[in-house]
Write a protein that binds this ligand. Structure first.
Ligand SMILES: Nc1ncnc2c1ncn2[C@@H]1O[C@H](COP(=O)(O)OP(=O)(O)OP(=O)(O)O)[C@@H](O)[C@H]1O
Ligand SMILES: [Mg+2]
Length: 339
């Protein structure tokens, strides 16, 4: 055993000795370890839930821990693991006060471990089906939670593959995967993270989202189509919206629905150009999907029809009416949520 491993076992024992009435250790093997800490699966006796207890190699996180333990982002979402508490314990081995972060235990696997398995699956005849399932559920789920955070002007800031948990979801007709983010807010307590503003964290999330998409999906049949989206949009709300359109079309194509009328159905889900969303890159992505599927000519016919519809002023009036109503309704909501 390396010195680090011996030390972390000793720290773990000191923690569980102090909190023997509060937490039970469920496995001697760590759930995993990062650069600063080792995480163990435990059981919170009073609350009857499984927890992930993070114990730092230095007893406490590096310098960054000096910043205190304030929760800065106070975000609540079912795709973000809540940090329940920070526990203190004295370590005889390190001769100092230490802290451990207790997080709700999240089932599933990290993206990091899934990626390792993907390498082994490359030659499997069902690999494209696996990528279809992950592309249409996992990636959508990831965009969903990050878009929620960013719409509140809050970034994760350290959204790497070790902090993205994925688990299968029960679904009657498909294989679907759901994402939960761990190490949000003070669970990570990295010094570098503390220094970042929310704007920088948001930028970092977008960069990592693109990086890990390339890493995960570079062999996917539809990779080149989604790549256009990643190269064209830089805000999570644009990425999420564009992906909802293209994933819908990809799903339709996978099911064999790729006629001109199927393409029309997708195109008519696009917002009216007056609604402020920059449509051309989304159309390019859809064109690429059609090209990959070998149905470019029927797609182009549908596109021509769509352009005719949106350039007809009669149809504009209709769209503008929707927008006007939306403005009034928005006013109602503003009043509902005003203090
Ligand atoms: N709440 C949790 N539920 C389940 N498993 C967890 C939880 N938190 C952490 N883990 C597991 O412990 C591992 C180590 O976590 P840790 O945050 O220490 O390292 P990391 O995220 O891989 O890297 P970094 O040091 O950059 O944060 C994770 O990769 C994950 O497998
Ligand atoms: Mg982590």
């Amino acid at each position: 055993m390396t010195t680090d491993k011996i030390l972390i076992q000793q720290l773990k024992e000191e923690f569980f000795n102090k909190y023997s009435k509060k937490y039970k250790l469920l496995s001697n093997d760590a759930l995993g370890e990062g650069c600063y800490a080792c995480v163990f699966k435990g059981f919170d006796i009073d609350r009857n839930i499984n927890v992930a207890i993070k114990i730092f190699f230095d007893g406490i996180a590096p310098k960054g821990s000096e910043r205190g333990w304030h929760i800065t982002s106070s975000i609540i979402h079912n795709q973000i693991a809540p940090t329940s508490t920070i526990e203190s314990f004295y370590s005889e081995v390190l001769s100092k006060n230490c802290k451990a972060v207790v997080q709700r235990f999240i089932p599933g696997k990290t993206l990091k471990s899934i990626l390792k398995k993907f390498d082994e699956l490359e030659k499997n005849e069902n690999y494209q089906d696996v990528l279809n399932d992950f592309g249409l559920s996992y990636f959508e789920s990831l965009l969903n939670v990050l878009n929620f955070c960013h719409s509140q002007n809050i970034g994760h800031g350290d959204c790497h593959d070790g902090n993205i948990m994925i688990f299968p979801e029960q679904h009657p007709s498909k294989n679907s995967f759901h994402v939960v983010l761990i190490d949000f807010d003070n669970s990570s307590i990295k010094e570098t993270l503390n220094a970042k503003s929310e704007k920088e964290k948001i930028e970092s999330d977008i960069g990592l989202l693109k990086y890990f998409f390339n890493k995960t999906f570079c062999d996917w049949k539809y990779y080149e189509a989604v790549k256009i989206m990643l190269d064209s949009y830089d805000k999570m709300k644009e990425l999420k919206f564009c992906y909802s359109i293209i994933s819908n079309y990809i799903e339709s194509c996978i099911k064999g629905n790729k006629t001109e009328s199927d393409a029309k159905k997708t195109l008519h889900k696009l917002p009216h150009p007056f609604m402020g969303f920059h449509i051309p890159p989304t159309i390019k992505c859809l064109q690429k999907v059609a090209e990959i599927e070998g149905v470019s000519s029927s797609f182009e016919k549908a596109l021509k029809d769509y352009r005719k519809v949106i350039s007809n002023q009669e149809n504009w009036k209709h769209e503008i009416t929707i927008e006007t109503i939306k403005g009034e309704v928005t006013d109602i909501y503003r009043k509902l949520f005003d203090d």
